[in-house]
Design a protein around this ligand. Sequence first.
Ligand code: AKB
Length: 337
Amino acid sequence: MRKPAVLITGASGEIGHGLIDQLAADGDRAIVTLDVAPLDASLAKKVHRETIGSILDRVALERLLAEFEVDQVFHLAALLSTRSEYSPLTAHEVNVGGTLNLLEFAQQQSSTHGRPVIFLYPSSIAVYGMPSLEVKASAGRVKENQWTESTTMYGCNKLYCEQLGRYYARHYKQLSAEHSGQVDFRAVRFPGLISALTVPSGGTSDYAPEMIHAAAKGEPYACFVRPDARIPFMAMPDGVAALLTLAKAPRAALTLPSYNLGAFAPTAAAIEQEVRRAFPKAEISYKVDTKRQGIVDTWPGDVDDSAARRDWGFNPKHGFESAFREYLIPTIKKRYA
Ligand code: AKB
């Protein structure tokens, strides 16, 4: 008998940390992970099977298919936006090829156990491409179907994978008589995520978490975007909660294949001010990287997430002040104490 399980790819990354804790606490399925990097020891003991390997390795996926009855997939593995610009072909291979492998895995799983496989996919604000700062300023809160002309490989990968997910969910092998199995694809477009426990790497929204963590460690930080740069952000626990809430939502309530999520949309200067409030001696300066700034300029200043709130009750606990004062600062202070 195969064991019922949830599969998490990219499990040792930032979202994986919080997600494993929550899923282990729920305890209703065995947790199986797949990542090129090992899990922290504290997390490894909470999972049933840790597989060190790549999402491009179809043999590893075949083995998991043979051993586990997966009915939920959290496909977190990806190369983020900054890293992807340095190696766009590798990014395409991992972000698109890897997602295709996972969708096929979910499809095969579903046809072997006869139940839909709920497939959670974190997409990103990187799917948007605001054509100019003037348009960004006047566009207000961008809706899911507006301005989706990304200028980054990562953003293009995410947008295409949303489409692949929609294809697997609704039109897979539409001309074939023997098609069985069903992928229940559900995606969110995350804003920049800020965790008190981990520091991201390879992203372009990294300036916010980097600034906070540097100040907490007493290290100087040169912010790579202008003080007036603005994009939406969210505290990591709200991001994890959103994925888990969407996973449990009744299928019939979902009207979009991919939902915007937002929580607060501060400028870099507002983040600096909040960091200084907690760490008055913080050494923060600005050394603008015009190319990374250029990417941030194409991302919306804020997103309209009313569809997620209406369809499946997305309701982040933290706004800007509470994210800092109730979650980030106290947790980070403890972490580096
Ligand atoms: C990145 O900066 O690449 C990510 C994202 C916004 O998806 N954090």
